[in-house]
Design a binder for this molecule. Structure first.
Ligand SMILES: Nc1nc2c(ncn2[C@@H]2O[C@H](COP(=O)(O)OP(=O)(O)OP(=O)(O)O)[C@@H](O)[C@H]2O)c(=O)[nH]1
Length: 315
């Protein structure tokens, strides 16, 4: 080999050693043949120390079956394989360099597997190339988190943390469609605090807010997971009860009414008691829109108010 060729090989090896991607070569028995500086820095093992050691012994976290299937494909078909951090956050568990500034505990990695042929054209070795994509991954995850938080905020009522009217009405619409399509039943409850204005006038608006928050908590704690409560207006709330006919919805509303009536709400030094009126409407064949359904529940609620409040009326 000429001096020039030797020099060329030397600087090529130098590049492979210092390049900011991980490079590991294994044989078909999964024994490590060599790795570069990136791997030394992140694993803490010198290349000589790991030479001929089984890859799974050095990295016990590497999923055995999955990785072997990948390598088999690369070897048998003589093709490359690629894995992104979104499919699998990392191949090798390396702690991140900047634990303070980075939100990730471990390095996110994209990885490539390359078949390496011997002079007879047989795949004898596999090269594993690791790209550190922690910055990209954490930025994308932060963006996804921010988006889902924005979506949550846009459907939540800030005071009560129940669904706001817009989103709750969307749920009601979906429930109406679902019941129509599958011939199922559902009920709608509207409830409105009795004489709420005097609560505000006597104890102040902040106390009124606290009462609404307390009431919302009581509602949330007493509905089923499949029920959908929401804040319909100022002191008016709606609850969608899927798979519930009118007598069952009536019984639930009656229980909730009794609970609210019995509970004294402590606000500072004051104890405030409230009562609530309810209107219940089961979905009927002739209801075309959610407005039809809401109107029926509202009529029942109006009847409860007219008949003396603190009661449940079902249509
Ligand atoms: N503190 C507080 N008060 C609210 C909020 N939204 C609506 N209100 C108040 O709720 C009261 C509703 O009063 P009305 O519609 O007269 O009803 P009511 O006094 O509850 O009487 P009935 O419903 O007829 O029993 C008003 O004083 C509103 O200012 C809110 O977010 N916070």
């Amino acid at each position: 080999m000429s001096d020039q060729s030797l020099r060329d090989i030397h600087w090529m090896l130098e590049i492979l050693q210092t390049i900011d991607v991980g490079l590991v070569v294994i044989n078909i028995e999964y024994e490590i043949q060599n790795w570069n500086g990136f791997m030394e820095n992140h694993s803490g093992h010198r290349a000589q120390k790991v030479q001929n050691r089984n890859l799974f012994d050095v990295f016990p976290e590497l999923p055995h079956t999955w990785f072997c299937q990948k390598v088999d494909t690369v070897r048998e078909l003589n093709i490359r394989a690629f894995t992104t951090w979104e499919q699998r956050p990392y191949l090798f568990r390396f702690r991140t360099y900047h634990p303070i500034t980075s939100t990730a505990e471990y390095m996110y990695q994209n990885s490539m597997l390359y078949p390496l042929e011997n002079t007879s054209g047989e795949v004898e070795y596999i090269a594993i190339v690791i790209f550190d994509v922690t910055d990209v991954a954490t930025n994308k995850l932060a963006l996804q988190q921010a988006n889902s938080e924005l979506a949550r905020i846009s459907r939540t009522d800030a005071l009560t943390q129940l669904y706001n009217r817009g989103y709750w009405e969307e749920c009601l619409y979906r429930e109406l469609l679902r019941c129509r399509r599958h011939q199922h039943t559902a009920s709608l409850i509207l409830l409105d605090v009795d004489h709420f204005k005097p609560v505000n006038d006597t104890h102040g608006h902040t106390a009124g807010d606290a009462v609404l928050r307390h009431l919302s908590r009581t509602i949330r704690q007493n509905v089923r997971e499949t029920d959908i409560p929401g804040r319909y207006g100022g002191e008016e709330f709606g609850i969608i009860l899927p798979e519930t006919d009118s007598p069952k919805a009536f019984a639930f509303a009656e229980r909730l009414r009794g609970l609210i009536e019995e509970e004294a709400i402590q606000i500072g030094d004051n104890s405030v008691s409230i009562t609530v009126s309810f209107g219940v409407a089961e979905l009927e064949q002739n209801m075309q829109t959610i407005e039809d359904w809401i109107t029926r529940a509202d009529e029942a609620l109006y009847q409860s108010k007219q008949s003396g409040r603190n009661q449940v009326t079902a249509t």
